[in-house]
Design a protein around this ligand. Structure first.
Ligand code: NDP
Length: 471
């Protein structure tokens, strides 16, 4: 059997466990492979190995670790098409559009960006014979627990800064997308020393065994608020440090001076990237009465040009929901919008009996701000557009939920847009774009969207422990 990780068959052969659990393509129901189901004992073994490997990794010059991160990016690029096919099959996301190939490309880009960052010691005091510097030491072992929506990219967000700073990393992927993450890590591990990076697939109990583990010093978690809260409780025993990137319900606010046609495509992808299954996607859109019809029409026009279907079909740019649970959430919330008297401009009518968890691209107008489709996170292809007549009211609505991950403001006058942006309660506010993440720019949430920053130099600091040296 081939073990060439640059081919799809070779990659799958390297991670497939014939005795493991079946994984199916959410677009077709076809079995694509079987995942090993890890146990608590596997977590113990992986953490012990990480503890043993970490000091030698940390003692290498940072330039060597940077070099290996770049080599890992090279390895991902060499296996890019195989990884994208695996991701497309397992997650359902199309190869094209801002989907599987884009995600694999982002993995390489994030590794290279982290390799390039330089975290200098900070001189705190240097006068009158007093000197103090702040340096950043490795934390030790990082436990990385991730979700199913961007399984490869979010795993790299967690492991790239952690490895750079001299930590060892143990990854627990979502049980919905374990093959993608195991494939990614098999590719990266071609260039890393043994046991510095490992993966244990398994269910939430396996995740809890990792996040509860006494020898895990830092937990990077992306997923639901509820699981984040459980992790926070369990981290109390050994005071493990936490970065929690939890769900959101991002608002976008269109201002009176926006040009609906000019912004429509960016509005669409701000909401529907990865078929809406994105933590920092726009999940509710506030539009002034004066532009309401035009914005609705422009969005419907863009939506009509975006084909949805099986991921491996090169034409598609939208796919199915990744799992039944998420499909049911979207269906319930769109039904609630209909029940509340909202107008479904497009979509909203899934076909019974079809294979795959396809929910059509859905845009909903004339919806009340307290409708469940607005106040709950849909995490799927259904965007409510809420009309406003008073900007202060729109800002109040945008801020009144208990989450605050991303947000956006859309308008022609940058100064006015910045003034509105400053009033939004969110970790990130984008102007005339939404969800435009960048490895150099810190990203994180406020309120129940979690805390801690990822990306950039701030991201490096959060997988390190501060150490003050004074003389
Ligand atoms: P979860 O929070 O349930 O799962 C995220 C990860 O945590 C998975 O790897 C999961 O494992 C693991 N996990 C579950 N329980 C524990 C535990 N007690 N201790 C440690 N790890 C645990 O998210 P879901 O994937 O179920 O998604 C549910 C909702 O979360 C979505 O509907 C969406 O609203 C939100 N979400 C937000 C994301 C974001 O990017 N911010 C991403 C994905 C989801 P396992 O899969 O094996 O249960």
């Amino acid at each position: 059997m081939s073990t060439d990780l640059t081919t799809y068959d070779g990659l799958l052969a390297a991670i497939n466990d014939p005795a493991g659990r079946e994984i199916t393509d959410p677009a077709t129901g076809d079995v694509i492979g079987r995942t090993h189901e890890g146990t608590v004992a596997d977590i113990d073994a992986a953490v012990s190995a990480a503890v043993a490997a970490q000091p030698a990794w940390a003692s290498r010059p940072v330039a060597e670790r940077n070099d290996l991160l770049n080599k890992a990016a090279d390895a991902i690029e060499a296996s890019a098409e195989a990884l994208a096919q695996l991701l497309s099959r397992e997650a359902g996301k199309p190869l094209n559009g801002p989907n599987a190939r884009f995600e694999v490309g982002a993995c390489a880009a994030w590794l290279r960006a982290n390799a390039a960052f330089v975290l200098e010691p900070e001189v705190l005091v240097d006068e009158d014979g007093t000197h103090a510097e702040l340096v950043y030491d490795p934390v030790g072992v990082v436990g990385a627990v991730g979700p199913w929506n961007w399984p490869m990219m979010i795993t790299v967000w967690q492991l790239a800064p952690a490895l750079k700073m001299g930590n060892a990393v143990v990854v627990k992927p979502s049980e919905y997308t374990p093959l993608s993450v195991q494939g990614l890590i098999a590719v990266i591990n071609q260039v890393l020393p043994a046991d510095v990076l490992s993966v244990v697939a398994g269910d939430g109990a396996v995740g809890a065994a990792l996040t509860d583990h006494d020898d895990v010093d830092k937990i990077m978690f992306t997923g639901s608020t509820k699981t984040g809260q459980a992790i926070m409780r369990s981290a109390a025993d050994n005071l493990a440090r936490l970065t929690l990137e939890l769900g959101g319900n991002d608002a976008g606010i269109v201002l009176e001076d926006a040009d609906p046609k000019a912004i429509a495509t960016d509005l669409f992808w701000g909401a529907f990237i990865n078929t809406g299954q994105t933590c920092a996607a726009m999940k509710r859109l506030y539009v002034p009465e004066s532009l309401y019809q035009e914005v609705c029409d422009a969005l419907v026009e863009v939506a009509a040009q975006m084909p949805m279907g099986v991921g491996l079909d090169e034409n598609n740019v939208l796919g199915p929901l990744q799992n039944k649970q998420q499909y049911d959430i979207v269906a319930r919330l769109v039904q609630a919008a209909k029940d509340g008297g909202a107008t479904v401009l497009v979509g909203g009518d899934p076909q019974e009996g079809q294979s795959g968890y396809f929910y059509p691209t859905t845009i909903v107008a004339d919806i009340d701000n307290d409708n469940p489709l607005v106040v709950e996170e849909q995490f799927g292809p259904a965007l409510p557009i809420i009309k406003y007549t008073d900007l202060d009211q729109a800002i109040t609505w945008a801020n009144e939920l208990e989450v605050g991950l991303g947000s956006s403001v859309w308008g022609s006058d940058l100064d006015e847009a910045k003034r509105v942006a400053a009033r939004l309660e969110a970790g990130s506010t984008w102007i005339n774009k939404h969800g435009a993440i960048d490895p150099r720019v810190p990203f994180g949430g406020v309120k129940k969207s979690g805390y801690g920053l990822e990306f950039g130099l701030e991201g490096l600091k959060q997988v390190s422990v501060p150490h003050v040296i004074s003389w």
